[in-house]
Structures are given as structure tokens and as C-alpha cells.
Design a binder for this molecule. Structure first.
Ligand code: DHB
Ligand code: FE
Length: 283
């Protein structure tokens, strides 16, 4: 076993609980901060959809109890962020981005951490000695809707390692491994020197994995690089970029792939390179 293999043993289960702790720490708005009429409207309609499904499919008491059991387990395993980000967030993103004219975005997922090490112009992605994976030079430019470069735009990047694990959510990986930020130059140009991530399997050892197994689905997301691009006076965009040819581009468990988010990967000796530009909407 290599060091990297040892580190990945029996740790997928920790990711769910870690995502729950991280989300709670962000102090998100609670229902008490939402307009009561809006809460009532949304809760009533969601419950009606559940009632309709029960009637339509003649749900049994055994099935109702199985659901109760499973919902309890999602909470006990800390997997609500995983569940919601995989099966619900893509529609929230769709609704909230419909009026954008610039670059397409997609779901954030549960593993973003603010405050990663920041670089000027070019980021050397923090990584371990001998970090597995093909070296990847990722560069681009940030512009406005008129094509004008946006000086000093901020780019953030985070992604899984070549075995599909995220730092801070799987033990044994240095804190900021494969997470960094870049302040673009005068012309909005930026570079990240990183490694190609692996396809990622959402944790299969908790409640979400149980649902996937019980339904005969699969747990895979295609390999992806998460990014955020922002600048004062512009709308922040959260994206994920994908690799052509990945077998799960067409059946992502999180339904987060869009054609506009597909990278054009070029060989560069033993390494790879790609160019990806952002167009930011005004705020
Ligand atoms: C999950 C993980 C991801 O990396 C992602 O982009 C979306 C969802 C998850 O495990 O829920
Ligand atoms: Fe991800």
C-alpha cells in the first residue's frame, strides 16, 4: 500500500458529518428569518406533492415506516447537506441563474471552504509531495458582458484528489490541499497549476448510499473542478468544470453537468493544459 492508499481507507463516512458541521458554522438563515406567508406556501405545496405521491402509488405502512427510518438515519449520519446538494440544489441553481447573461454556473456542492491560500496571477495549488494525478495548467481570463477584461477579479478553485477525496472532509489530507484562490492580473488573466481530479463517488456508507443501493442507482459524479469567480460590482458565479470523455458526464448523480462547463483539454508533454474564460454579469 502506498501512503496515499492508506489515507483513504474507511474515511468516506466522515465526509457527511463534516459537511453538516461546516454548514452549521456558516450560520445560514433559519426559517424564522423567512416571511411566514412564504414558509406556509412552500411547506403546503411540498406536503401536497408528498400526499399526492402517497395516493397515486398507494403507499403502504411498511413503506411509510421505511421512509421514517431512513429520514432519521440521514440526520444521524449528518448527510442532509449531501442529500440536498445532490438531489435538490441543481434546481435551486437553475431557478436562481435563469436571468444570467454571462457564464453558466452550477451547484456549489457540500465541500467549499472560504479562505483558501491566495496567490497573485498564478496559483501553485497546495499539494502533497508526489500528489497523484496528471499535472494540469488551468488558465483563463475574466471579462464583462461587453468583452472588457475585469482587472483583479478573484478566482477560487477546489477539487478532489486523484482518488476522489476532498481536504478538510476526509482525514489525513493537509488542510488546504487542492484548494486555492487567485487574484487575476490587470487584464483579468489567471492561472492555476494543479492536477487532474478523479471521478468522485458520493459517500456510499451512510443513508444516501442506502437510498442509492435500495433504488438500484449509482453514486458517481464525473471528475470535476469547482470554481468561484467574482469581482466588486459583478455577480459572483459558482461553477464546476468537467472533462470530456468521462463516463459519468451523461449520468451525474447530482445532475450538475452542462455542455457549457465542458473543458477543452490539450496534451502538454506529460501534462495537460486547458483555457477557461469567465464572463461576469453586473451585480
Ligand atoms: C457532493 C460532492 C461533490 O463534490 C459535489 O460537487 C456535489 C455533491 C456530495 O457528496 O454530495
Ligand atoms: Fe465536488
Amino acid at each position: 500500500m502506498t501512503d496515499f492508499q492508506e489515507e483513504t481507507t474507511a474515511r468516506a463516512a466522515d465526509s457527511g458529518a463534516g459537511a453538516t458541521a461546516a454548514f452549521k458554522a456558516k450560520q445560514q438563515a433559519g426559517v424564522a428569518d423567512t416571511d411566514p406567508e412564504r414558509v406556509s406556501l412552500l411547506a403546503t405545496e411540498v406536503l401536497s406533492a408528498v400526499h399526492d405521491t402517497i395516493r397515486k402509488h398507494q403507499v403502504t405502512y411498511a413503506e411509510y415506516d421505511a421512509l421514517k427510518n431512513w429520514l432519521i438515519q440521514v440526520g444521524e449520519d449528518g448527510e442532509w447537506p449531501l442529500f440536498l446538494d445532490v438531489w435538490v440544489e441543481h434546481v435551486v441553481e437553475e431557478v436562481n441563474s435563469a436571468d444570467r447573461k454571462g457564464s453558466k454556473g452550477t451547484i456549489e456542492g457540500p465541500y467549499y471552504v472560504p479562505g483558501a491560500p491566495e496567490f497573485q496571477g498564478t496559483a501553485q495549488m497546495p499539494m502533497r509531495d508526489g500528489e497523484p494525478g496528471t499535472p494540469l495548467r488551468f488558465e483563463g481570463q475574466v471579462r464583462d458582458l461587453d468583452g472588457k477584461p475585469i482587472p483583479h477579479a478573484k478566482l477560487e478553485m477546489w477539487h478532489a484528489d486523484a482518488q476522489g477525496f476532498y481536504s478538510q472532509y476526509a482525514p489525513g489530507i493537509p488542510e488546504w490541499n487542492l484548494r486555492s484562490a487567485v487574484v487575476a492580473d490587470e487584464e483579468g488573466r489567471y492561472v492555476f497549476n494543479t492536477v487532474r481530479p478523479a471521478p468522485y463517488q458520493i459517500p456510499t456508507d451512510g443513508a444516501c448510499g442506502k437510498l442509492i443501493a435500495a433504488a438500484g442507482w449509482h453514486a458517481w459524479r464525473p471528475a470535476h473542478i469547482h470554481m468561484k469567480a467574482s469581482a466588486p460590482g459583478y455577480r459572483l458565479i459558482t461553477a464546476q468544470l468537467y472533462f470530456p470523455g468521462d463516463e459519468h458526464n451523461a449520468d451525474d448523480v447530482a445532475s450538475a453537468v452542462k455542455p457549457e462547463l465542458m473543458l477543452d483539454i490539450q496534451k502538454d508533454g506529460d501534462a495537460e493544459k486547458t483555457v477557461y474564460d469567465y464572463v461576469l454579469d453586473p451585480a
